[in-house]
Design a protein around this ligand. Structure first.
Ligand code: UD1
Length: 430
């Protein structure tokens, strides 16, 4: 297991480039299931979740070709035959987003077996709404031996309202609806840019979709989809993490190759906290700070609200802001696991239910800390960048799930961060 060693105290200065969005790439890769023709996706981030999805598709019989050199970030997926429409537990347990293959598999092959995602570090995360939607579209669903089995000769269009806004639920059912017989109307849909990315790919493949990015999506089913080439949008969470890195270290950072129109809530909060943020163009934003930050409250909401995937990183910033910041997590229960590690570094944080109260500014001091999930690990790296001394961050495989070469990128703008091999080997048993 790799470890990061971070020496705090360096302001980050320079230009840092954002990769493609993992959370767009995952559903777009699953969309390849919907056609016999090849799908080529560009701007795919090289992160562990993408390798996991590649393995998942290959295990079902897909051919997956990865570019090299100049085209290292493109992938061509060909699902000419799907010999085994099963998402096995060994793969699903490491990545909950594997449930995204449920909708496309049943739409394309009439049957899907997908392992139930296990409990996840950030709460229960059920997929009941995916199942409910598929049932409305005529699928018969059974659950046995830890697997969900779905069958339908051909799905039929349906009208449903999501009980709760779900991002991958919207994406899964959108992929089911595009090949269904007739019209589907989905209400209370997620409006995240990743849903729009997926819908744009599906339209390029020949689907009829209206309203992606709004709460109501209408789909008129077609009998067949074709191959396509599509470029994945930039990762708004990686971009937001870099903006916070610039602000927290009192740096001057240009974040390039992002989509600034997706960063509204994060930029607004950074301005409120006293950072200088300038949008230099549609894909470039500059953040500067003299290191003096003011407390500002956040409350996580579905897009376009403040993203839950930025809550942990924002909390690292709040530890350095003058005053009391309230951080309210509305999307996931149990998403405060970074708190205890930040407290070990000297942060003043108290959690009461959904709300964390952060008292700043705190003098953070280096400690040995452990990542518990993807975004929590980003928060620890941010805290380490301003802590006194050398922080050792263990279990960075969580970070590698969703951030491409984060250590190299941060080093290129002045961070002192090193990746080491296993610093904490398991003790030999007695
Ligand atoms: C996606 C993102 C994740 C992000 C989250 C919220 C991907 C691969 N992951 O996760 O990074 O943090 O959106 O922006 O895109 N829920 C149900 N039943 C369901 C589905 C969801 O009750 O069938 C609940 C969840 O427990 C949670 C809420 O709905 O409380 C939102 O979850 P959801 O939007 O589905 O998150 P994901 O799509 O898993």
């Amino acid at each position: 297991m790799d470890t990061f060693v971070v020496q705090g105290g360096n302001p980050l200065v320079g230009t840092i480039r954002v990769s493609g969005a993992k959370n767009s790439a995952l559903p777009c890769m699953a969309a390849a299931i919907l056609t016999e023709e090849p799908i080529t996706l560009e701007n795919i981030p090289q992160v562990r979740d993408i390798s996991t999805e590649r393995r998942l598709l290959q295990s079902m019989g897909a051919e997956v070709e990865i570019g090299s050199g100049e085209t290292a970030h493109s992938t061509t997926i060909s699902c000419r035959t799907l010999s085994d429409p099963v998402a096995k537990y060994e793969i699903v347990k490491t990545m909950r987003a594997s449930s995204l293959v449920l909708g496309p598999l049943i739409a394309r092959t009439g049957m899907a077996r997908v392992a139930m995602p296990g409990g996840c570090a950030i709460g229960g995360r059920p997929i009941d709404l995916h199942i409910k939607g598929l049932e409305k579209m005529g699928a018969t669903i059974t659950q046995e031996h830890g697997y969900i089995e779905a069958r339908a000769d051909r799905l039929r269009g349906a009208h449903f309202v999501f009980d709760k806004i779900t991002v991958t639920g919207t994406e899964d059912l959108l992929m089911a609806a595009v090949l269904a017989d007739g019209e589907t109307v989905m209400e209370n849909c997620a409006r995240e840019p990743e849903v729009v990315d997926l819908a744009s790919l599906l339209v390029t493949m020949g689907a009829n979709i209206e309203g992606a990015g709004t709460a109501t999506i209408r789909v008129s089913g077609v009998s067949k989809l074709r191959g396509a080439r599509y470029r994945i949008n930039p990762d708004r969470i990686e971009a937001g993490t870099f903006l916070i890195a610039g602000a927290i270290t009192g740096g001057d950072l240009i974040v390039s190759h992002c989509n600034t129109s997706h960063l509204g809530a994060v930029i607004a909060k950074l301005l409120e906290a006293g950072a200088r943020v300038e949008v230099l163009g549609p894909d470039t934003v500059r953040v500067r700070s003299n290191g003096r930050l003011a407390a500002a409250d956040i409350s996580t909401e579905e897009y376009p609200g403040f993203p839950t995937d930025m809550q942990a990183q924002y909390m690292a910033l709040a530890t350095q802001a003058e005053g009391t910041s309230l951080v309210r997590e509305n999307i996931f229960e149990n998403r405060f696991m970074h708190v205890q590690e930040l407290v070990r570094m000297g942060a003043g944080i108290k959690v009461d239910g959904k709300t964390a109260t952060v008292l700043g500014p705190a003098r953070l001091s280096a400690a040995a800390v452990m990542c518990s999930d993807l975004r929590a690990s980003a928060s620890l790296v941010l805290a380490a960048l301003v802590a006194e001394g050398e922080t050792i961050i263990d279990r960075v495989y969580h970070m590698d799930r969703g951030y491409e070469q984060i250590d190299e990128k941060l080093r290129s703008v002045g961070a002192k961060i090193q990746r080491l091999g296993n610093l904490f080997p398991p003790r030999p048993s007695a």
